[in-house]
Ligand binder design. Structure first.
Ligand SMILES: Cc1cc2nc3c(=O)[nH]c(=O)nc-3n(C[C@H](O)[C@H](O)[C@H](O)COP(=O)(O)O)c2cc1C
Length: 338
């Protein structure tokens, strides 16, 4: 496999949906991971889970991230993702959430390298490259990322993404980039470093300090897809442009919302077997609700952002939000940069 994913958008449940993946790729991300989907739910044919793998017609590279702890489910889910058009599969071995860890999934797999290895082998049986996204370890006393990564490589992993925090840390404290460097030195497959990249300089520093092959941006892309263009610019020796002016940020936020509503409507109408007005309205409300946080992140740093967020939180249609934000741009944001 040739590896050309230097700048990568992280998988983020509720955020890295298809509409946002298309946007970050248009801004220069070389690869955008999909939100994690349950291998077990795929195996049981759960419709909402299948909808989460919204990869039909997505531009290459298409990567589906699976989570699970059963090799049988993993093998089956891999074939389903492949049939839907996935070109790469990733197995989530970093999720710290209790309800995931309790099932032996996500970061719990770092405590069971043999089961983790068998999941890689099971997923890879379909023939697609399989990567692993992991943490530095379970807790400070069990920072086994180096041996774990070597075990994943031996099991057939095509590349690795490592978030330099333990499960115990969740998202607190500072990511340990030294362990990313240690993993990079210890394996022969490509390594993507992850943790605390909030601007283009951070990305450059991680590449230099760890020797990793690619950098993955998570929270730093929330409401800021332009971070990928900035990183690309800095890597090319150019000056990054930063976020555009308020009018352009609002235009992007509205385009994002519009596309997310469109995709959600198609999915809900298909699921319900109906495309009447009530179903479409329900889909729009669901999509608006699920994007409220994201809209708030786009508005970060703008004048009266808190008040705008408060108003958005009681609106439920594209039209209402577009009118609010367009009025705001016309009245207050004449050419300013957030
Ligand atoms: C809201 C949220 C959702 C996330 N969802 C996923 C996920 O679905 N799969 C995954 O492997 N990691 C997930 N992560 C972890 C991120 O991919 C990333 O590893 C983490 O945020 C650290 O990177 P950062 O410091 O750049 O944010 C999530 C993180 C957050 C904050």
């Amino acid at each position: 496999m040739t590896f050309s994913f230097q700048v990568v958008a992280a998988p983020m449940a509720g955020i890295s949906n298809r509409a946002y993946r298309d946007i970050v790729c248009s801004q220069g991300a070389d690869l955008a991971y999909g939100e994690m989907v349950s291998a077990q739910a795929i195996t049981y044919g759960n419709k909402k889970t299948l909808e989460l793998m919204d990869i039909a017609d997505e531009a290459s590279p298409r990567l589906v991230q699976l989570f699970g702890s059963s090799p049988e489910h993993m093998r089956y889910a891999a074939t389903v993702a492949q049939e839907l058009g996935a070109e790469y599969l990733d197995i989530n071995m970093g999720c710290p959430v209790p309800k995931v860890v309790r099932n032996g999934e996500g970061s719990a797999l770092m405590r069971d390298p043999e089961l983790a290895a068998s999941l890689v082998t099971a997923a890879a049986a379909c023939g697609l490259p399989v990567s692993v996204k992991m943490r530095s370890g379970w807790d400070v006393a069990h920072r086994n990322a180096v041996e774990f990564a070597q075990r994943m490589e031996a099991a057939g992993a095509a590349f690795i993404a490592i978030h330099g925090r333990t499960r115990e840390q969740f998202y607190t404290g500072q990511a340990d980039w030294q362990i990313i460097a240690a993993v990079k030195r210890a394996v022969n497959i490509p390594v993507i470093g992850n943790g605390d990249i909030f601007n283009a300089d951070d990305a450059l520093r991680m590449l230099e300090q760890t020797g990793c092959d690619g950098v993955m941006v998570g929270r730093g892309m929330m409401g800021n897809p332009w971070i990928f263009a900035d990183i690309k610019a800095v890597l090319a020796g150019q000056t990054p442009s930063g976020r555009p002016d308020t009018a352009a940020v609002v235009a992007m936020a509205l385009a994002n919302l519009h596309e997310h509503i469109r995709r959600t409507t198609v999915a809900v109408c298909r699921r319900e077997g109906s495309s009447d007005i009530a179903t479409k309205q329900l889909a729009e409300q669901l999509a608006v609700c699920s994007m409220r946080n994201q809209l708030g992140w786009y508005l970060k740093g703008m004048r009266h952002a808190a008040e705008l967020r408060r108003q958005i939180n009681v609106l439920s249609s594209y039209q209402q939000i577009a009118e609010l934000l367009q009025r705001y741009v016309a009245e207050t944001a004449d050419g300013e940069k957030p």
